[in-house]
Design a protein. Structure first.
Length: 330
């Protein structure tokens, strides 16, 4: 059988939880990305994290063994700067609530950064900063209350790291949101600007997005009408896949990046339930029952995919007890 990746010309990767967890490469990812290059498939790296310059991101990736140059990285900070450059004249003032990278990109776009809400900025541009302080969030709120337009690079609630899950920019955005009566314009996944920029830059004809989050990666792929591949090495797990809304359901799933070279899982539904790779999930009074040997990761992935089809079809309800049996997956 052919590999899932066959027929795709560009693979767009999320970073945190897909290619690395903090300083560490994810199992199988380095080998997988290099195999893509060997097969003539272009990798590109699409990140919602606006904290670091693309040069730093590329250096981090290359240091882990990934084939990466700055032009291969597309960030939400770049997308935000491009948006404000397109919609605002040179010299427009902006309060940047993020790292120096975001300040630099906004400046390069022709806007003038200011220090506080008292400077009456035209815009507030907010991005992830691991050293964010409450006073800076307060200044953002004051500026927006005074009429500044609010742009956020992304709204990821969490970030996976090598030590565990940590709060993401979404928590900082929410902290500002409770003080104002407007919603931000969001440029990162799952919204279109960042994804559209990635497609345009690569000239992709049949791209696929590989991610570990339903609410950003998979929904972002849906937003621009491309395939998506969900991996279980980061923030979300089986429950998230099964309970995904229609616009958050992946084209395929696999354990990690190396799974791109496996055949696509296919679940067959019948009156009794669903079968995938020899594992059956039956529906009994609306509840799922797993049947078959689940001792291997591959079998559990098959079970997860069959279970997802039944939940999506409304044939069974999600069961935490059944989910707990898939103990090789998050």
């Amino acid at each position: 059988m052919s590999a899932f990746i066959d027929g795709h010309d560009v693979v767009m990767f999320d970073l945190d939880g897909v290619l690395y967890l903090g300083p560490d490469a994810v199992e199988g990812a380095v080998e997988g990305v290099n195999e893509l290059v060997r097969r003539g498939v272009r990798p590109t790296y699409v990140t919602n994290n606006a904290a670091r310059a693309v040069e730093q991101v590329a250096e981090h990736l290359a240091g882990l063994g990934y084939p990466a140059a700055p032009e291969d990285v597309i960030s939400s900070a770049q997308a935000a700067a491009a948006l404000v450059a397109e919609e605002y004249p040179d010299g427009a003032t902006v309060l940047v609530v993020g790292t120096q990278n975001l300040v630099d990109l906004v400046t390069e776009a022709g806007l003038t950064p200011v220090a506080t809400a008292d400077d009456a900025p035209d815009l507030v541009v907010q991005g992830y900063d691991p050293n964010m302080t409450w006073p800076r969030l307060e200044e953002a709120g004051f500026a927006i209350q005074n009429g500044a337009r609010w742009i956020a690079t992304n709204t990821d609630a969490t970030r996976p790291t090598n030590r565990g899950i940590v709060p993401g920019l979404g928590t900082m955005v929410h902290a500002v949101r409770v003080t104002v009566d407007v919603e931000p314009t969001v440029v990162g996944k799952p919204h279109k600007p960042l994804m559209a920029a990635a497609i345009k830059r690569t000239g992709a004809r049949r791209p696929v997005f590989v991610g570990d989050r339903i609410d950003t990666d998979i929904m972002g792929a849906h937003a621009v009408g491309i395939d998506s591949f969900f991996v279980f090495t980061g923030a979300h797990g089986v429950r998230d896949v099964c309970l995904a809304p229609e616009n958050g359901r992946p084209t395929a799933i696999g354990w990690n990046v190396a799974s791109l070279f496996e055949p696509q899982r296919v679940a067959t539904l019948d009156a009794a339930g669903a079968v995938c790779g020899g594992v059956r999930v039956r529906g009994v009074a609306g509840e799922p029952v797993l049947e078959g040997d689940l001792s291997t990761r591959d079998a559990q992935l098959n079970a997860a995919w069959a279970l997802a089809q039944l939940v999506w079809a409304g044939s069974v309800a999600w069961s935490d007890a059944v989910g707990a049996r898939l103990d090789l997956l998050p």
